[in-house]
Design a protein around this ligand. Structure first.
Ligand code: NAP
Ligand code: GCO
Length: 263
């Protein structure tokens, strides 16, 4: 029987107070993992802890900005002291700024890349030594459609997520010998707070044009839900994927395969 169980494993999911990170953390818990997560601030952490408690999911949460290497080192040391060595890292935390590139300030571009790419590097660098000591590890980077495609106003985000795809392949290449597998999940368009502006009903009550566009580009004819990512995350976190390495698993309802529905 293929082993999808995460029993006995410790998973750290970044930015998991809500959204995709929360759904992935819940799925890993339901597969047997112990869950720890971080938020960037106390308020979000408190909301996340309340949400897990409401569902009866025991978690430990910490405030930590993933772009702060000193804070991340302290986080991992604290997790190792309080819970154990991280077996599974899900680099989920991320931001987006939708600004036409010629209007975007360099510090805005830098911030997106700092969180979405450098943050994932910092987190992975912090957990790899423990994974080497344990003789195994799973790193799952949450990439994007924008790891493959561009679109207007998301130049920083696409640049970061494209880099995250290559960071995934780099970690897979450098640490495969230590029985560490690093893969990515590339969600399609998922209904979360991050994409809420793209689905907002127009002042005249009509559907957002981008909402209509994504539905026409998705064979399934719908936005993804955070629950659509649960199974792929459990698979990539489990022993069942021990020979899958450096792969980006697109969970996009078929967007990347489809020319789009005729209007
Ligand atoms: P979200 O609701 O905006 O959640 C993102 C999370 O990242 C927040 O919980 C936030 O933490 C955390 N975060 C941001 N900056 C951080 C920092 N410096 N340090 C620590 N945590 C930080 O977004 P989402 O839709 O769930 O997306 C989650 C991931 O999936 C992101 O990487 C996103 O790029 C990616 N993605 C999303 C979609 C989509 O359609 N929604 C599709 C493809 C990929 P707090 O607010 O709790 O502090
Ligand atoms: C956007 C969206 C996308 C999604 C996701 C798609 O503005 O185009 O926010 O970038 O977040 O990354 O996979």
């Amino acid at each position: 029987m293929v082993n999808f169980s995460l029993k006995g494993k410790l998973a750290l999911v970044t930015g998991a107070s809500h959204g995709i990170g929360y759904a992935i953390a819940k799925a890993l818990y339901e597969a047997g993992a112990t869950i720890v997560f971080n938020s960037s601030n106390e308020e979000s952490l408190a909301r996340g802890l309340a949400a897990y408690a409401a569902e009866g999911i025991p978690v430990r949460g910490y405030v930590c900005d993933i772009t702060d290497e000193t804070a991340v080192a302290a986080l991992i040391a604290r997790v190792e002291q309080e819970v154990g060595t991280v077996d599974i890292l899900v680099n989920n935390a991320g931001i987006i700024k939708r600004i036409p590139m010629h209007e975007m300030r360099a510090e805005e571009f830098r911030r997106v890349v700092d969180v979405d790419l450098n943050g994932a590097f910092i987190m992975a660098k912090a957990v790899i030594p423990g994974m080497i000591r344990k003789g195994h590890g799973k790193i799952i980077n949450i990439c994007s459609m924008m790891s493959e495609l561009g679109r207007e106003t998301v130049s920083a985000y696409a640049s970061a997520k494209g880099g995250l795809k290559m960071l995934t392949k780099s970690i897979a290449s450098e640490y495969g010998l230590y029985n560490i597998q690093c893969n990515g999940i590339g969600p399609g368009y998922i209904a979360t707070s991050q994409t809420a502006p793209l689905r907002q009903v127009q002042p005249d009550g009509s559907q957002h044009p981008f909402d209509r566009f994504i539905i026409s580009k998705t064979p399934a004819g719908r936005w993804g839900t955070t629950e659509d990512l649960a199974g792929p995350a459990v698979f990539l976190a489990s022993d069942a994927s021990d020979f899958v390495n450096g792969h980006i698993l697109y969970v996009d309802g078929g967007i990347l395969a489809y020319i789009g529905r005729q209007p």
